[in-house]
Write a protein that binds this ligand. Structure first.
Ligand SMILES: [Zn+2]
Length: 217
């Protein structure tokens, strides 16, 4: 019995969450959501309520889907073990990338410039940047915090996420979770796991990264 992907869960007309994701990505997204959601309103007040409600809905959907896969696995269905330790190294890499990656540099590599607003989040120990939203434009509606557990938020269209989500959305060839983590790991000089079964295509990741830098310079 194979997992049949549900139809895309439509949370709002513009912000959708596909749940036919690999389990490792589903787990990593849950971790990222927990802090993105918690801090948004604290940093931006009522203006971020809309985004927080979306992220809360995403979190509910992801938790339900993970629980569903665990039930299937425990029931003996022919599905991968959602807690497979093989993925732990990727989750660890994702956490380290989230803590150490330079989100402003990722934006620059993708051709998007942001400026230092002078704002500072004590809680995140992060400086705030602003610029046009990569998705809906504008002048300063897109806010980025650069520091440990960096992230982004657009007060107009409501998109919010961590640096891994940003790479997946903006860096060509890194649309998959593993490719995005591998891209950031390489930037940070972190070694990737050798297990070929869990590897994204090395070659593609390296070529894409070079292409992106060339475009940005
Ligand atoms: Zn926007």
């Amino acid at each position: 019995m194979a997992i049949v992907p549900h139809a895309t869960t439509r949370v709002t007309p513009d912000l959708t969450l596909p749940i036919d994701l690999p389990t490792v990505e589903l787990r990593a997204r849950l971790e990222a959501l927990a802090y993105t959601r918690a801090d948004l309103v604290e940093m931006y007040g009522g203006a971020a309520e809309y985004s927080r409600s979306i992220l809360e809905e995403h979190e509910r959907v992801l938790r339900r889907e993970l629980a569903r896969r665990e039930r299937l696995y425990r029931a003996g269905a022919d599905v991968p073990d959602p807690r497979d330790a093989r993925w732990d190294v990727w989750l660890g890499l994702a956490r380290e990338a989230r803590e150490r990656a330079d989100i402003v540099q990722v934006l620059a590599d993708a051709g998007h410039q942001v400026y230092d607003t002078g704002g500072y989040s004590r809680r995140r120990d992060a400086r705030e940047y602003a610029g046009p939203c990569p998705w809906c434009g504008g002048r300063d509606r897109f806010r980025v915090w650069r520091g440990r557990d960096s992230g982004y938020w657009c007060r107009r269209c409501g998109v919010a996420g961590d640096v891994i989500a940003l790479v997946r959305n903006l860096i060509p060839g890194c649309e998959g979770f593993l490719s995005a983590v591998a891209y950031l790991a390489r930037e940070l000089g972190l070694s990737l796991p050798d297990d070929p079964a869990t590897m994204p295509t090395r070659h593609v990741v390296r070529l894409r990264a070079v292409e992106v830098r060339r475009v940005a310079s």
